[in-house]
Design a binder for this molecule. Structure first.
Ligand code: DP6
Length: 328
């Protein structure tokens, strides 16, 4: 094939400790507030890209299933943007594999779009720098910009494409922070995060307070992470999640991601804390609850949760590494 270029990348998923919730610019996916996340070890996407001047359009296969054309908008945007940057005119065939167990209840768009950005850039530029890949991943999904780096990561909201990118605060080896996901409901009909945040920005009278509070928490969280101060990290993360979900209840029409079992898991977290097991919760755009704990407490937290939920509903994850361009 003519002028063929190949790339590969593996990226892990991440969960926000200070949430991204709402855009300042929909086209470039510039967020209204900075966010901070933890990259997770077990869950990742592997993506292979082949560019060729013989192809006439981009195609994307997720776990070998072709993506319908109408769902290719952001993928095409990401690829077109990168092609312009590297002055290349062919099209891409992409094969992506998600290693995020369906039972884990974790979003795969962050790892998927991060791996896509990494594979596309590595095909067109063998020296592609990670900050540029983070910016490009952002065009696929905001949270993907953070999945380029391991450990705890800060996404600077910025004010244009150049200034909105993520960077590592501490590596996965420097932080004692684990996450047990309680999968309370796999089947609940979802309001996608993209739509949920847009509705919130447009209608919640609390939205500007959310933005101010999230940005105010950022330097506090950075200090807590640098000091490995689990208590402070947990308190800030829990508060950020609670505030984000308060904005959905104040949207018009109001909506919530909580299911009855979500509240049950939150209460168990409070109960554990009152009995001296230190842990905190965070919740994303879905009903599952992620419980943060130190390594020394993983077994105790897991066993406590296992009284009320079955083993298959509990998924333990540890801090994960940044993007890789080879499989090993
Ligand atoms: C609640 O990154 O999925 O998980 O940028 O529209 O693709 P788009 O949204 P997405 O939103 C993630 C929202 C969140 C919080 C977070 O990850 O920071």
């Amino acid at each position: 094939m003519k002028n063929e270029k190949k790339g590969f990348a593996r990226a892990h998923t991440n969960i926000a400790l200070i949430k991204y919730w709402g855009k300042a610019n929909n086209e470039l996916i510039l967020p209204a507030n900075d966010s901070i996340s933890l990259t997770l070890d077990k869950f990742y996407s592997d993506t292979y890209v082949t560019f060729s001047e013989d192809l006439t359009e981009n195609s994307f296969f997720l776990n070998q299933i072709p993506m319908p054309k109408k769902s290719m908008k952001r993928i095409n945007h990401l690829i077109d943007f990168t092609k312009r940057q590297y002055n290349y005119s062919g099209f891409a065939k992409i094969q992506s594999y998600n290693h995020v167990p369906t039972s884990a209840g974790l979003a795969s768009s962050a790892s998927g779009m991060a791996a896509l950005a990494g594979a596309v850039v590595s095909a067109l530029d063998s020296t592609g720098d990670l900050t540029n890949i983070s910016r490009i991943a952002r065009l696929g999904s905001g949270s993907a910009s953070r999945s380029i780096f391991g450990g705890v990561v800060h996404w600077h909201r910025g004010h244009d494409h150049e200034s909105s990118f993520a960077e590592q605060i501490v590596s996965e080896k420097e932080i004692d922070l684990n996450m047990i996901t309680v999968v309370v409901d796999r089947h609940q009909k979802k309001v996608k995060s993209t739509h949920g945040m847009a509705q919130t920005v447009a209608t919640s009278p609390f939205y500007s307070t959310w933005v101010d509070e999230a940005n105010r928490a950022i330097p506090e969280m950075i200090t807590a992470v640098q000091n490995n101060d689990f208590t402070k990290i947990g308190e800030l993360a829990e508060h950020s999640a609670a505030m984000m979900h308060a904005t959905t209840l104040s949207a018009n029409p109001a909506f919530t991601y909580f299911a009855p079992e979500t509240i049950k898991a939150v209460r168990l977290v409070h109960q554990m804390r009152s009995t001296g097991i230190e842990c905190y919760f965070t919740i994303d755009a879905g009903p599952n609850v992620k419980v943060l704990c130190r390594t020394q407490d993983i077994t105790r937290v897991h066993n406590f949760l296992a009284h009320e939920f079955n083993e298959q509903q509990l998924v333990v994850a540890r801090p994960g590494s940044g993007i890789k361009f080879t499989k090993n």
